[in-house]
Design a protein around this ligand. Structure first.
Ligand SMILES: Cc1cc2nc3c(=O)[nH]c(=O)nc-3n(C[C@H](O)[C@H](O)[C@H](O)COP(=O)(O)OP(=O)(O)OC[C@H]3O[C@@H](n4cnc5c(N)ncnc54)[C@H](O)[C@@H]3O)c2cc1C
Length: 483
């Protein structure tokens, strides 16, 4: 129950918890009877090279627009400022005279530094600071292995972490917020300058509805419908077999708790496996945060030190071909086109394109991680780092070094009729399914019949699969012997 008695005012500093519902900061501040001053501070340099990329900023811009409207409907105003939070928040405190600041914790190295500086600066001013977990099911330090250390393998991690998920009723639903009502200086959202100077991200609007409410529609669909087919469909990129909740989670438009509660509440006999498989994916997100928190250097350095001196090749031409989907391997190229067009790529295809970059092309996983960082709507430092180090074999619970995804067989297995490839590479849409993943092997007469000129309508393969595989195994073998 929310107390109506006014007991001072509080700044709620929004970070990666850009929502109204299930927001512990709002909830606790309201329970303490505070008048609320909601503030968002944009520091474009906070993450250094891991400051939000172009697509992520597009998502953030639209999220803030939506959150601003939500506050307006509730009778309040979201205050925007730019600069370093440790400088700006004390200024807002001086201007508005609150007694406390509430915020949700983040777990990336730069965010943690900011958090500490903010706490110090506010405590010096005599302001009470309360922080909460709004992004994870479990705090990274709460889950420990038998010897009290962080886990580095997913299955035992999840065994412990899964135990903490319950079908609790949803909570934190503020419907009646009292706001500090004198005018407070705010920048305009446009002044945050979040959108890039080229029109490329505009097309993202065709694919995404960016709002807290849209996130909840997806949660409902996931719980009621998707979990029934999740186990059998989640690896098939041509069907909408996964929830697409990742960008909503990345900026906290919805919380993992809300998702877990919804799917557990909708659990029945016919979707029980789907629910568990789905929760385990949320578990991979948790595991990624666990790793990033305990090993903060991993966005830039391999978790397994022996990979630090791996002889990655430097080949700008090959990197460009990979980025823009011109490798000549249709499943890889289709994935890169999907990414560029929509800001999202199916997880199965992410694994294939990542493996192709690091193993077929022998280019560093950090190059791939950076490109994903700039082009994904769900760019998330923990999950992106974990995904790339997994693919490169240099992270926790990583793919064994000798596992080299064959982009032809992966296509034949997971995109049997080539629908995904044909959709994202229209120049191959007439290609018979038999040759869709290796068009260069098709009879030239057949290619002519379907009006496909390799090298013109679609590129020849940029590397030979068997030779690339042998080269990668040789490089990786030399490292494996260092164990
Ligand atoms: C190389 C590589 C890079 C990746 N980069 C990111 C990234 O920047 N941001 C990101 O959110 N995910 C990343 N992933 C993980 C995964 O591909 C996406 O989370 C997933 O495709 C999102 O789609 P969805 O919401 O439909 O997933 P669903 O299948 O519906 O899963 C539900 C949720 O579980 C989480 N999840 C699912 N799979 C994973 C996974 N393997 N690792 C961590 N969390 C997972 C996501 O939060 C997702 O929204 C990456 C994977 C790889 C292989």
């Amino acid at each position: 129950m929310i107390l109506k008695e006014n007991r001072g005012r509080a700044i709620v500093w929004f970070r990666k918890d850009l929502r109204i519902l299930d927001n512990p900061c709002l909830d606790f501040a309201l329970r303490a009877g505070k008048e609320i001053i909601p503030v968002f501070i944009w520091d474009k340099n906070e993450g250094g090279q891991w400051s939000p990329g172009a697509t992520s900023r597009w998502w953030l811009r639209n999220t803030l627009d939506s959150l601003r409207s939500s506050f307006e409907e509730l009778g309040g105003k979201l205050i925007f400022r730019t600069g370093k939070a440790e400088k700006i928040l004390p200024m807002v405190v001086s201007e508005t005279n609150p007694d406390s600041v509430y915020f949700s914790r983040v777990y990336d190295p730069a965010g943690l530094v900011t958090q500490n500086s903010v706490e110090n600066a506010l405590e010096k001013k005599g302001i009470a600071v309360y922080s909460f977990n709004a992004s994870l099911l479990n705090e990274p330090w709460e889950i420990k292995n038998g010897t009290g250390r962080p886990f580095q393998v997913f299955t035992p991690y999840w065994k412990v972490s899964r135990g903490g998920i319950h079908r609790e009723p949803a909570s934190y639903k503020p419907s009646d917020i009292s706001f500090a009502n004198e005018p407070i200086q705010s920048q305009r959202l446009e002044e945050l300058d979040l959108l890039p100077n080229h029109p490329w991200p505009e097309k993202l609007s065709e694919h995404w509805n960016v709002s807290e409410a849209a996130g909840h529609e997806l949660i409902a669909q996931t719980a009621e419908v998707l979990t029934r087919s999740y186990s059998s469909h989640r690896n098939i990129p041509s069907v909408e077999g996964t929830s697409r909740l990742s960008p909503y989670l990345a900026w906290g438009l919805v919380s993992p708790r809300q998702i877990c509660q919804a799917v557990l509440q909708a659990q029945r006999k016919d979707n029980a496996k789907g629910v568990e498989d789905y929760l385990a994916e949320i578990g991979w997100r948790e595991f990624s945060y666990h790793l990033l928190y305990h090993f903060p250097s991993i966005p830039d350095r391999p978790l397994r030190p022996k990979y630090a001196n791996f002889p990655w090749r430097k080949d700008r031409g090959a990197l460009q071909k990979w980025k823009y989907g011109r490798t000549g391997y249709p499943l890889v190229d289709a994935g890169m086109h999907q990414l560029y067009e929509t800001g999202w790529m199916h997880n199965r295809v992410r694994m294939v394109v990542a493996s192709f970059l690091v193993k077929h092309l022998l280019l560093s996983w950090t190059e791939g991680a950076k490109w994903f960082w700039d082009t994904l709507v769900d760019a998330d430092l923990a999950s992106n780092t974990q995904g790339w180090q997994w693919a490169a074999g240099c992270g926790a619970d990583a793919a064994p070094y000798f596992r080299i995804f064959n982009p032809i067989l992966q296509g034949e297995k997971f995109d049997r009729d080539g629908r995904y490839v044909k959709y994202w590479i229209p120049s191959l849409s007439n290609m018979p399914s038999k040759w869709i993943f290796r068009p260069w092997k098709a009879d030239p007469l057949l290619l002519r019949k379907h009006d496909i000129k390799l090298g013109i309508h679609y590129p020849m393969p940029c590397v030979d699969h068997s030779r690339a595989r042998t080269r990668a195994l040789a490089a990786l073998n030399s490292l494996a012997s260092k164990d």
